[in-house]
Design a protein around this ligand. Structure first.
Ligand code: NAP
Ligand code: G4F
Length: 323
């Protein structure tokens, strides 16, 4: 029997990779899409799946539309990827971030509870919940200490997922994913900002790159690897929480070095530090321990940071050349 999946946030980076993965596995894929005045389906086109998806209008802030999407798609599996996901913007829009990333999760869980309790649910939780880290390597037992309105909203989404699992016996899992990137990453996130700028500088279309705290450290993986972990979580008999990470942490500075070196440049000649890109409260370092995902899901990251950044650089070099 063909399985039905509903993906919220299908037009985002992870939504595009996950839609491709599920379509390749034979799923009927539905996508909840919020109304936008400009085209938001470019990533789905890049993945070659734009025409293979059933689109359902809706917004995570609007409980009625979320409920309608659940009823219409009659999903075996729901992947809740929709979010205001840019940490820096969450200080400018704390209420919207709280509603979409926090309460929106309850809209979805409540629709599943009432209309489709057999549906398996995935919540896109985040390493940002660890924030001011309470252990050198963060795993499922590490206490949370979010440092941004985004982290706080996502912590609500995480705990309401755990709560609905425990209260109503829903198959609801939370993936605590560390940073993951790809050529489809939004341009505002630091990896894409760097690879796009390095490509422009190499091709004489930009002179410098302005960044904030380049001593921050992140555990960066490849989005294509991480969506496999999402799917694996929903194939387990028992719903649970899983950290998904590479177990390696790197500074933004070192990431710049990898990107610029790949096109024969020295980042130190072009990167300027700009206080405008520092955050009101920083997450200085994240380093995940994915041992549980390896043990129970059989999941391991396949792509190291050098390979990932080179893949992003090559894609940006081609794109910038065509502009
Ligand atoms: P993304 O590229 O920013 O995609 C976010 C998606 O959410 C987009 O499709 C966006 O639609 C949609 N969305 C935003 N507001 C909405 C609303 N009010 N109603 C319905 N849809 C809405 O994010 P991503 O990198 O793919 O991440 C996917 C999820 O994983 C997010 O929840 C993020 O917080 C979480 N996460 C990401 C990472 C990471 O490193 N990438 C790590 C941990 C957790 P538009 O395109 O129309 O704006
Ligand atoms: O690329 P970033 O904006 O990602 P951030 O804040 O770690 O959040 C991403 O990963 C989270 C998982 O941990 C997700 F939940 C979240 O949705 C998102 O996908 O920033 C990474 C680091 C930060 O420490 C930031 O201060 O890079 C530092 N940075 C330095 N200069 C910069 C810049 N970040 C951005 N975006 N732009 C800069 O100019």
């Amino acid at each position: 029997m063909t399985k039905s999946a509903l993906i919220t946030g299908i037009t985002g980076q992870d939504g595009a990779y996950l839609a491709k993965l599920l379509l390749d596995k034979g799923y009927k894929v539905h996508g909840l899409v919020a109304r936008r005045s400009s085209d938001s389906r470019w990533r789905l086109r890049e993945m070659g799946v734009e025409g293979d998806i059933v689109y359902l209008d809706g917004d995570m802030a609007d409980a009625c539309s979320v409920q309608r999407a659940v009823i219409k798609s009659a999903p075996d599996e729901v992947y809740n990827l929709a979010a205001q996901s840019f940490v820096a913007a969450s200080w400018d829009q704390p209420v919207t971030t709280g509603i979409v990333d926090g309460l929106g999760v309850t809209h979805l869980l409540e629709a599943i509870r009432q209309f489709s309790p057999h549906t398996r649910f995935y919540q896109a939780s985040t390493s940002e919940m660890f924030g001011l880290i309470q252990a050198e390597r963060q795993d499922e037992n590490t206490p949370f200490y979010p440092r941004s309105p985004y982290g706080v909203a996502k912590l609500y989404g995480h705990w309401i997922t755990v709560n609905y699992r425990e209260s109503f016996n829903l198959h609801a899992s939370s993936g605590i994913l560390f940073n993951h990137e790809s050529p489809l990453r939004g341009i505002e996130f630091v990896t894409r900002k760097v690879t796009d700028a390095a490509a422009r500088i190499k091709q004489g279309k930009q002179q410098e790159l302005r960044l904030g705290n380049i001593d921050a450290k992140r555990d960066w993986g490849f989005a294509g690897d991480y969506v496999e972990a999402m799917w694996l979580m929903l194939q387990q008999d028992k719903a649970d929480d899983f950290v998904v990470a590479t177990g390696v942490t790197t500074t933004v500075r070192e990431m710049c070095q990898i990107a610029f070196e790949h096109v024969g440049l020295d980042y130190r000649d072009f990167v300027k530090i700009d206080p405008a890109f520092f955050r009101p409260a920083e997450v200085d370092v994240l380093l995940g321990n994915p041992a549980k995902a390896q043990r129970l899901l059989g999941w391991k990251p396949k792509t190291d940071l050098q390979t990932l950044i080179r893949m992003m650089m090559d894609a940006d070099m081609k794109r910038v050349a065509k502009e």
